[in-house]
Ligand binder design. Structure first.
Ligand SMILES: [Zn+2]
Length: 324
């Protein structure tokens, strides 16, 4: 939810609920009005002081699980100073919105440590302007085994591929293309959720699933989850046919294992545009769509952004008595 701040129209109430011209009352001359003048001056000073000091920064939601994203927002007359926000050693950029408020997306990684933290809002010179409490809940991620043919399991990314992906992940652009809400790129149920600890052919990989796998037949169109600019559209050894989109202000999505890519790097896409087709290229054991969301360079759970059923859940609901 976006809170719209009050307009800075001189005829309208300002952030303190006072009308701006209220301290410009014409005073009648003479000692009789000295007290009124002093009172007016005190009100003006108090109003100015509270305007300068009034930072109202918030984190929403105030409690989240590992792998989720927190919306940061600042309101207030002196909010021109807000430049970044910090959670432990992670610093993200805050962006001024058309309504005058400042927004940022703070990711919480799967590997972060649950607890209660302070999110600090910082000026460009590093001074802390405001702070808000964030609770990271303990989160259990199950283990999942994936069986892969030996020649598929052996696939490795080249140094150039790793560099291309790192550059994409670490670039945050100022222009915002996206808006709430995102759309699911395909309609299929979730075969493999975000964050599960992956085993390949029974052996732990030490990796957790950095996106979600959605069921989809080969050749089905894949839609952009939000508007943005295509940064990568090429085959990768492990990821297969890949499209990566920068949605701006810290939000990125990637779509993997495509049988066919339908866009070029540099293309501007709208939410829902077809960007490619479902396949099983790269390290995949069959056709499906693996897609992911990066928030300021950290993979986060797409199911905080789009609502998707888990495969099998509907069938289990229909036949609750059946033992599986
Ligand atoms: Zn996957």
């Amino acid at each position: 939810m976006v809170v719209t701040p009050m307009a800075l129209d001189p005829k309208r109430p300002n952030f303190n609920g006072l009308t701006v011209p209220c301290y410009r009352y014409r005073m009648a001359k003479g000692p009789r009005n000295r007290a009124a003048k002093i009172l007016a001056a005190v009100i003006f000073v108090a109003a100015t002081a509270s305007t300068v000091g009034a930072q109202q920064c918030s984190v929403k939601p105030a409690a989240i699980s590992l792998g989720e994203t927190v919306r940061l927002q600042c309101e207030g007359a002196a909010n021109n100073n807000i430049a970044t926000a910090r959670l432990k050693d992670r610093t993200i950029k805050m962006f001024k919105q058309p309504d005058g408020s400042w927004h940022g997306l703070m990711p919480v990684a799967v590997a972060d440590i649950p607890g209660v933290y302070s999110v600090e809002f910082l000026a460009a010179d590093g001074e802390t302007i405001d702070a808000a409490k964030l609770t990271i809940r303990p989160t259990v991620f199950p283990t999942q085994n994936v069986n892969l043919a030996p020649q598929i399991e052996e696939l490795k990314s080249s140094p150039e591929e790793i560099q291309t992906l790192a550059t994409f992940r670490n670039t945050v652009s100022d222009k915002k293309f996206w808006d709430d809400s995102l759309v699911a790129p395909v309609s299929g149920c979730v075969l493999s959720p975000f964050g599960v600890k992956r085993l390949h052919n029974g052996k732990p990989t030490g990796e957790s699933h950095a996106g979600i796998d959605q069921r989809s037949a080969a050749g089905k169109p894949i839609h952009a989850a939000a508007a943005g600019e295509v940064k990568i559209a090429q085959p990768f050894t492990v990821l297969g046919g890949t499209v990566a989109i920068d949605h701006g202000q810290g939000l990125e999505t990637m779509y993997l294992h495509m049988s066919k890519i339908a866009v070029q790097p540099g293309a501007r896409v709208n939410k829902g545009d077809v960007i490619g087709y479902v396949g099983a290229t790269g390290r995949a054991n069959g056709p499906h769509l693996h897609w992911l969301i990066n928030v300021n360079g950290v993979p986060v759970n797409p199911r905080q952004w789009v609502t998707l059923p888990t495969c099998g859940a509907a069938a289990a609901k229909r036949a609750p008595a059946a033992k599986r």
